[in-house]
Write a protein that binds this ligand. Sequence first.
Ligand code: ADP
Ligand code: 5GP
Length: 202
Amino acid sequence: MDEKGQIFVITAPSGTGKTTIIDSIRKSMRGVGYSISHTTRMPREGEVNGYHYYFVDRAGFQEMIEAHEFIEWAVVYDQLYGTSISSINRELSSGKDVLMDLDIQGAEAIKRRFPESLSIFILPPSMEILKERLKGRSTDEKRDIDLRMRKAVEEIQRCRDYDFIVINDDLNQAAREIEAIITAQRAHRKRRFPVVQEIFHL
Ligand code: ADP
Ligand code: 5GP
């Protein structure tokens, strides 16, 4: 069936497990693409250039801003992050559903540009567990962890603006819940009806 892809914007406070969940979905679910952002931050252990991010220097990022190559970009924890027009178009034109990992500013920008996009906010089970996960990741300095915890308090307030809220307690369950959201949307009348209409000449 030739269906048009749906954009799913995923936001979570840093350390919640968003990258881990998205990696799991990208591996296990068919027909799911991912909008690879550009960033000036250094890769974490296990992160792959061209899969998790395009890691670029500030000058390169600046050039892309000046060339209007970004659909949106933002400063997050003193680093630059942005979605290039070509990255999202590549995924959308393949007809896949597209996952986007964005902060709140990015999620707002995409909702304005693509009003039909759906947003998912992932929460940790508690603030204590969030802190443990940030510490466990061990790539972040203590100062960074405190900063991320303070920002998390503000970010969590905004979960009410999102279409779906998922709690990442058990990793597997959280990933499967997001897959269920994606699967359910594939059966939505708005997407299925045009296809069915053709088959049954409705
Ligand atoms: P984010 O992308 O949201 O910043 P990560 O995916 O890097 O977060 O996860 C932060 C840390 O928490 C990682 O060490 C990851 O292995 C761990 N983690 C993620 N989800 C869970 C979970 N459900 N239970 C326990 N640890 C988790
Ligand atoms: P991290 O450094 O932990 O991978 O990401 C830090 C924050 O930047 C996360 O909230 C993540 O969602 C956000 N982010 C990643 N890519 C983009 C992007 O292209 N645009 C925006 N606005 N935020 C992004």
